[in-house]
Design a protein around this ligand. Structure first.
Ligand code: DNO
Length: 397
């Protein structure tokens, strides 16, 4: 598998040379400075590509993460033709620059969501965590969303209420910042009034409506993706459940089936994110990977430990609830199948997704989840499993 590493661009405190030292060769990045909905100009793509491919580094930009879908497309709001034209132009420009794999998601308003960015681990590092009662406290008592209390189990709501009564203003604003942290780079961040306004725009959008708008997006872009030889890889919802009354439609195997058949072409594929899918109690991640194997274009490997009330914590890459060894076996078997079928791009790009903050990571100010040492540890462990599995089962690594 092609060892890759997410890089947030020149502002990332983990520099490109660290990626080289980590032993990865692929760089996963985006043009974070370009606002959603605008065209990615060729010169900007080429500039970024050249930085990554500097001879001293020996890296290549192998995956775009993300080429975002504008909120108005998810909402189906107004005349969308200019937005689709811009999106398609960015696709042409990427293809002309030789960047062929594109990861994107269809989560309304917010991206991945946690309530704690620095949960202390027994050994002293930190991890990302989602506490069901803190999220409910935010939803019911800070945002004061009408109907919110019905969306959480009663015992979670009562713990949420106790948390809220006890919390200082500082704790409340840390909670808001943690929930908003999933939007990297120049993405919008909301305060409570602007979040309420955004939610209001979604008031009439059901899961069915969002699916329809997403289907329209797929019909608008996939024929061109196919023609250009691009591989689109939709990223699952994180966590895979509705939040703040917002529908989420990339949360389980049925959702993925719907999306892949809405435009049934190879270009329309999946980012197999083991951590996002793995946070859903009903998701068996190796089984999902096996089922959709031939449409997986990109892989995020990480693990979570789930708790009965809906809370979860990011675990070690080889720990947690997902059997990472079985998952890697599924992925290597798929690579073997592709190689045998003569598919030139048989090697799957993957990145160690998220990492704990360990040792000198602590206090460095890296993007939440994107520490240097924590990810280095994850990558090293995953690489070991891949090499051993490949050797034992005689599969191409
Ligand atoms: C979190 C990431 C997501 C992902 C986007 C893809 O760390 O996996 O933010 O990049 O959802 O569009």
């Amino acid at each position: 598998m092609e060892q890759s590493w997410r890089w947030f661009g020149p502002d990332d405190v983990v520099p490109l040379k660290a990626i080289r030292q980590a032993g990865a060769s692929g760089v996963v990045t985006s043009l974070h400075h370009i606002p959603y909905g605008e065209v990615w100009p060729i010169v900007e793509i080429e500039r970024r590509k050249a930085q990554i491919a500097a001879p001293s580094l020996g890296l290549r930009w192998n995956v775009v993460e993300s080429l975002p879908i504008h909120e108005r497309i998810k909402l189906g709001e107004g005349d969308l033709s200019a937005l689709f034209d811009h999106y398609r132009q960015s696709m042409r420009n990427l293809a002309a620059s030789g960047v062929h794999t594109v990861c994107y998601n269809c989560m309304p308003v917010i991206d991945w969501t946690r309530t704690e960015l620095h949960h202390r681990l027994p050994g002293g590092g930190t991890a990302l965590r989602f506490n069901a009662h803190e999220f409910a406290a935010f939803d019911c008592f800070m945002l004061e969303r009408p109907g919110a209390q019905e969306d959480h189990p009663p015992e979670v709501v009562s713990r949420a209420h106790a948390w809220f009564l006890d919390a200082s203003e500082g704790q409340k604003s840390t909670l808001l910042a943690s929930i908003m942290a999933g939007l990297p780079g120049a993405y919008d961040r909301y305060d409570i009034p602007s979040l309420r306004r955004m939610l209001d725009r979604y008031r009439d959008i059901t899961a069915e409506g969002l699916r329809e708008n997403f289907g329209r997006f797929l019909r608008e872009v996939m024929p061109l993706a196919e023609e250009l030889g691009l591989r689109f890889a939709v990223h699952p919802d994180d966590p895979p459940r509705p939040l703040m009354g917002l529908p989420r439609v990339v949360s389980c195997g049925d959702d993925i089936s719907f999306i892949l058949s809405a435009a049934d072409v190879p270009a329309n594929g999946l980012t197999l994110c083991s951590g996002s899918l793995g946070a859903g109690v009903h998701n068996d991640v190796p089984a999902i990977a096996r089922h959709f194997a031939d449409r997986i274009h990109f892989v995020h490997l990480r693990n979570v430990s789930k708790e009965a009330d809906g809370s979860f914590m990011e675990a070690d890459h080889l720990g947690g609830d997902t059997d990472m060894l079985s998952l890697i076996e599924v992925l290597l078997r798929e690579q073997g199948r592709r190689l045998e079928a003569g598919i030139e791009t048989w090697r799957l790009p993957f990145r160690p997704d998220h990492g704990h903050e360990l040792l000198d990571d602590v206090g460095k100010g890296s993007f939440p989840g994107y520490s240097a040492i924590g990810r280095l540890k994850g990558l090293a462990e995953l690489r070991g499993v891949m090499l051993a599995t490949g050797r034992l089962l005689n599969l191409p690594v």
